[in-house]
Ligand binder design. Structure first.
Ligand SMILES: Cc1cc2nc3c(=O)[nH]c(=O)nc-3n(C[C@H](O)[C@H](O)[C@H](O)COP(=O)(O)O)c2cc1C
Length: 170
């Protein structure tokens, strides 16, 4: 499993809130609780600020210009199945995730995406993944609303079972 998540000030159900653990990280933890997978995080070399407004401004600029923000190159081995998590930013995936996808050899891999969002669900991110990883297969995704990550356990379980990653009796 590989995911990107930003702790800091965020909008949760229309209000600014300080998140100590990012929403996507919480879903990742719920997944890791059910299936045994190695977990890696995607880290921008230049971390995003704590401020929601400054993060929004930078994310907009990166999306408008379709930049490839450098990410930390942590050695990781991707198996045949990749659980890929990210928040939705500007209706798409955060650009550091795009950088990571471009830099990682994913041919023949089945990607099961999960995202957290405040209404956009996956937005255009699934198309972005397919475009960046033409030799990978994109499986069924799991979108979770940011303010419901604490109650996402059943949805996470169903998603894993539906994708054959967890036995339904577990
Ligand atoms: C820069 C930025 C842009 C966002 N854009 C969207 C968006 O277009 N649509 C949406 O539903 N939520 C949007 N959100 C809300 C996040 O997707 C949501 O809060 C998510 O759960 C954050 O995950 P994280 O805590 O793991 O980073 C945005 C949040 C940020 C910080």
């Amino acid at each position: 499993m590989t995911y990107f998540s930003r702790a800091g000030i965020n909008m949760v159900a229309g209000r600014q809130q300080q998140l100590v653990v990012g929403n996507t990280a919480r879903v990742a933890i719920a997944i890791a609780d059910k299936v045994s997978v190695a977990t890696n995080t995607i880290e921008a070399v230049e971390p995003y600020p704590d401020s929601y407004q400054l993060t929004l401004a930078r994310a907009r600029r990166e999306a408008d210009q379709q930049t490839w923000p450098p990410v930390e190159r942590t050695p990781m081995r991707v198996g045949k199945v990749l659980l890929l998590g990210f928040p939705i930013w500007g209706g798409d995936l955060p650009r550091p995730v795009a950088t990571w996808l471009r830099q990682t050899q994913l041919s023949g891999v089945t990607i099961y995406p999960f995202c957290t969002h405040e209404g956009s669900r996956f937005g255009t991110s699934l198309t972005t993944i397919a475009n960046l990883c033409p030799a990978a297969t994109v499986g069924l995704g799991l979108p979770v609303r940011g303010n419901r990550v604490q109650q996402a356990d059943a949805a996470v379980r169903h998603w894993l079972v539906d994708n054959g990653l967890l036995q339904s009796t577990n």
